[in-house]
Design a protein. Structure first.
Length: 416
């Protein structure tokens, strides 16, 4: 683990009218430059088989500013425009490394509104942040203090779909250090009746934030659907009302997941989870809404980076491992087990709660992985315990599937 962890501290702020106009103009220019550079790089490859890199697009930006049509790019700070080109370069790097899809153009209505400033484009003194092209500092609500004695290296200003303004300050946090080693390990089974079930027998309630606000959301969406499509003020107000409800749901869900993951990381040295493919589960029309509300992908991402920060270990068990159908007492494998079966009795006489049994099997499989470095595969034969066999990382060639997604796996025979 690195000695210093860079951490983003996000705060809400309330801009003046002049600042809001300046930031909105900057957002538009960032989007324009990003789209122009993406078009130039795409055209260069399609027509001339030429890879246009960041340096070439930076030269193009200088030329664009000198044209009459794009002269307005000179009215905003040049740093966010250069950062947009760097972000595009990063997107292409991920694409060529087969970690992401081809970069897409930014939309005025759908894309995130944000601008990134480096140290040359802002001044941070005595808790007051002033951005380039602005005479007054931002009115920031300091909900928590920054680490003592550090200064931000990057500032990102954004506005969400609900109209709220945020500033994110990236700085080194010396307080993030590995926690003292613990002897505990826990298996985690994700579900819908209960958000998480631990191998200790504890069940964490699923708050179902979307369901609690479903009536308010449906009413707001009906009001939005009645408005005439266009750029009218009434439709904009209705759209923002829907966005505020979505934001309320997302904020409460994220807060709950932060509390759960922080607790798991603090209390356990090893955390074993299932390697779920959420995007495939979302294809089930009956469960898609509940699966989205559970936010299992966000849970795993939070758990991963917090474990890395604090010196913990997260092990992902293969998604095909039959954790629910294995008896955690004798290791026998049961037949089909529909979702409505919540408790079952094994031939050895042990009676299991479906979710607690799955969590215990996940923990045992994860500890086997940790001990021998193997990947857990599903047991397809008669009872006899868990199968731990080495699996090589597999990749899908782009010509084999036009809809290549990040993290997608293909089951092929392992190399000898």
């Amino acid at each position: 683990m690195a000695t210093q962890v860079k951490r983003a501290f996000k705060y809400r702020f309330y801009p003046t009218d002049a600042q809001a106009v300046e930031l909105s103009r900057t957002f538009g220019c960032v989007r324009k430059v990003y789209n122009l550079a993406l078009a130039a790089r795409t055209e260069g490859w399609v027509l001339r088989q030429e890879r246009v890199n960041y340096n070439a697009t930076s030269t193009m930006l200088t030329a664009w500013k000198k044209t009459e049509e794009l002269a307005y790019l000179n009215d905003v700070s040049s740093v966010p425009l250069q950062q947009a080109l760097r972000h595009l370069q990063t997107a292409f790097t991920h694409f060529f490394a087969r970690r992401a899809q081809y970069p897409r153009f930014k939309s005025r209505k759908k894309s995130r509104k944000s601008a990134e400033y480096t140290t040359s484009a802002f001044r941070f003194r005595d808790g007051r942040l002033t951005l380039a092209k602005m005479a007054e500092p931002l009115d920031i609500v300091w909900s928590r203090p920054l680490p003592e004695g550090v200064a931000p290296s990057t500032v990102t200003v954004s506005q969400d779909s609900a109209g709220r303004w945020y500033v994110s300050l990236l700085c080194e946090d010396p307080s993030v250090k590995p926690l003292p080693a613990a002897e505990t390990a826990v298996g985690v089974d994700a579900g819908l009746d209960h958000l998480l079930t631990l191998s200790t027998g504890e069940k964490i309630t699923n708050p179902r934030h979307e369901r609690r606000d479903r009536t308010r959301l449906a009413k707001a969406q009906r009001q939005l659907a009645r408005k005439v499509k266009g750029d009218g003020a009434n439709r904009a107000k209705a759209r923002q009302k829907v966005a505020r409800i979505h934001a309320r749901i997302a904020d409460r869900r994220r807060d709950n997941l932060h509390k759960i993951t922080t607790r798991l990381v603090r209390e356990n040295q090893t955390i074993v989870i299932e390697d779920l493919t959420v995007r495939n589960l979302l294809k089930n029309g009956t469960l898609a809404r509940a699966v989205s509300d559970a936010a299992w992908s966000e849970f795993r991402s939070l758990l991963d980076y917090k474990a890395q920060w604090y010196g913990r270990e997260v092990i992902a068990v293969d998604r095909w491992f039959p954790s629910s159908k294995l008896c955690s007492a004798c290791g026998s494998l049961q037949g089909k087990m529909p979702l409505h079966v919540r408790t079952w009795t094994c031939g050895c006489g042990a009676t299991h709660d479906r979710d607690v049994n799955a969590a215990r099997n996940i923990l045992a499989a994860g500890l086997a992985v940790s001990a021998c470095g193997a990947g857990v595969r599903p047991q397809r034969s008669s009872p006899g315990g868990q199968s731990a066999m080495k699996q090589e990382p597999l990749r899908r060639e782009p010509w084999e599937s036009p809809s290549f997604h990040e993290g997608e796996e293909v089951k092929l025979p392992a190399s000898p």
